[in-house]
Write a protein that binds this ligand. Sequence first.
Ligand code: NAD
Length: 259
Amino acid sequence: MEKRSAVVTGSTSGIGWEIARALAGNGYSLMLNGAVTGDAGEQKCVEIRKEFGVAAQFNGADLADIEQCAKLIAQADENLGRIDVLVNNAGIQHVAPIESFPVKWWDAILAINLSAAFHLMQHTLPGMRARGWGRIVNIASAHGLVGSPGKSAYVAAKHGLVGLTKVAALETAASGITCNCICPGWVKTPLVDEQIITRAASEGITVEQAQANLLRDKHPSERFTTATQIGAMVVFLCSEAADNITGAAFAMDGGWTAQ
Ligand code: NAD
């Protein structure tokens, strides 16, 4: 396979970091992105270059800002030569009932978890179309398929991302581009650790008990999905074997949404 390149948003930690590592392990050069300092981002690039011997650069675009979204794609195009794969992974969470849900959090979650994917796709698709090849993978959630109380903004954004994925797939269906999303259940990352700690405090139980309850509530498998498994799924969706898979939403959720 010729050398390909990828932009992975929110790739300085958690799921995005493992997606970046999985792509690097398969020879992709990378543009990393995340809400960290330039030094911390560069440190992540050093780790990727050292372990996998591929090119890696960092752009700290705040994806809530439309202009910074455009600049991220422009820099990736210039520095990587082209963008073959775009993984829209960056995401944030806030949990509160609708009546007391802070509008500031609603706006931020919709901007980062949904609108950024639209803006980044808008700037990336023309190049993919011109070259007749491209892969877009959106990291949605089980919450793109079902709801949970307290997560109005997150569930709305993730359902929106599943819908956006379908439209992008239809608009690009005959152009060598595929667009799919992955819908993970619980994955043990900083985003979920925060929810486990909050649950332990509010229920007066240990963090270990809160973690077990969290899994038992939603995952019939009673096991976390791992970020490494999601990385492997992204690599598969970027492979020629997945050439005719487009517009799909893959649940990786231990059976959560099968119930
Ligand atoms: P995480 O908090 O470890 O990572 C989030 C990443 O997004 C970080 O790199 C962070 O720097 C980046 N980010 C946050 N705000 C940003 C901004 N304004 N601009 C640019 N980057 C920004 O969380 P994670 O669990 O790895 O989540 C990754 C994705 O997976 C999210 O979209 C999340 O909704 C989704 N997801 C996570 C789980 C889970 O259980 N952890 C389950 C389903 C879906």
